[in-house]
Ligand binder design. Structure first.
Ligand code: FE2
Ligand code: FE2
Length: 321
């Protein structure tokens, strides 16, 4: 489903007040419109300069009322199980981006990555405010708030983000290793941002929109989704460029997908999406659609063993971002 030029331009330049009314499904399409145009890192940095938003402008007053009066205990449980991966995920992608900046061999890429780092730090503050002001957790600082929401964390977070932490650590020691760098890019930009994050954005924001609840969360997270368009477009562009130079790097894309798909087929603390309006089949389809679109953009297909693994992914094991 492509979006028309008028919609694209409206998303491109929308301020926070306008993002309150823009449909999340259009923002998700906006991410994909940009991918195959292969924007340069400076094009994306220029967009960041226009699209950067102020997290302190968000107003959670109505969200707090909605959370207490319009959202059932089952909906809250599902919502928190899904959103908490983001609360912790934003903090981790903020911390794990530095090795990528150090390993990049292009000055333009490094400049873009400083803007992504700032985005991820702002997203961490956004979730901190949501848990503090709406969910009602109390903590003296950002670390304390992360500890407060930790009980909702699932294996998907530990699996995919644990792998990212491992790759980030290794990359720091081997900044010139292109194979390791490609595994890092695949795990960070293609899987965590391009598949996990965008799928969770689609489900939780459609829940808010269809129920007409949590306007502050909707606005901030819609702005976050637009930020992700730049991160995913950057990551897939770098992957595409590196593959053109060295086609053997496709083996590293496959290997990292083998790891993240295997941790996404088990769940001892399952996440149920039904309370926010999605069946397990819907979730699987959304995740697989997001994965296939990114792979197509980068120009990679899956070998038979990975195709089979992708089919075995369990919706109950997919959350976070
Ligand atoms: Fe983020
Ligand atoms: Fe991101």
């Amino acid at each position: 489903m492509a979006i028309d030029l008028k919609h694209e331009q409206a998303i491109e330049r929308a301020d926070l007040r306008q993002l309150r009314d823009i449909d999340i499904n259009d923002v998700i399409e906006y991410v994909h419109e940009g991918i195959t145009q292969w924007p340069t890192s400076l094009d994306l940095y220029k967009k960041y300069s226009v699209q950067r938003w102020n997290v302190y402008d968000l107003d959670f007053t109505q969200d707090k009322i909605d959370w207490q009066t319009k959202i059932s205990p089952e909906e809250k449980e599902a919502f928190l199980a899904i959103a908490t991966g983001f609360h912790h995920g934003e903090r981790q992608v903020e911390a794990d981006l530095s090795p990528e900046l150090l390993a990049s061999d292009s000055e333009e890429d490094k400049i873009f990555l400083t803007s992504q780092l700032e985005d991820e730090a702002r997203h961490t503050i956004f979730f901190d405010h949501f848990y503090r002001e709406v969910v009602g957790y109390q903590a003296p600082d950002i670390r304390g708030m992360l500890d407060a929401s930790y009980e909702h964390i699932t294996e998907t977070f530990v699996g995919s983000f644990g792998y990212l932490a491992y790759l980030a650590d290794r990359l720091l020691d081997r900044l010139d290793d292109k194979h390791l760098f490609m595994r890092f890019l695949t795990t960070y930009h293609l899987w965590i941002e391009g598949v996990l994050a965008l799928s969770v954005m689609k489900t939780t924001l459609n829940f808010c929109r269809s129920r007409n609840v949590l306007p502050g969360y909707y606005t901030g997270f819609n702005a976050t989704t637009r930020d992700e368009s730049r991160h995913v477009q950057f990551g897939t562009s770098v992957m595409h460029r590196m593959l053109q130079q060295d086609p053997s790097l496709v083996a590293d894309i496959h290997e990292s997908l083998r790891t993240v798909l295997s941790v996404s087929s088990v769940a001892s603390t399952p996440v149920f999406y039904d309370p926010i309006g999605y069946t397990a089949e819907d979730i699987k389809n959304i995740f697989m659609d997001q994965l296939n679109r990114k792979l197509r953009a980068v120009g990679v297909s899956l070998p038979p063993d990975l195709e089979a693994m992708a089919k075995n992914v369990r919706a109950e094991a997919l959350a976070g971002g």
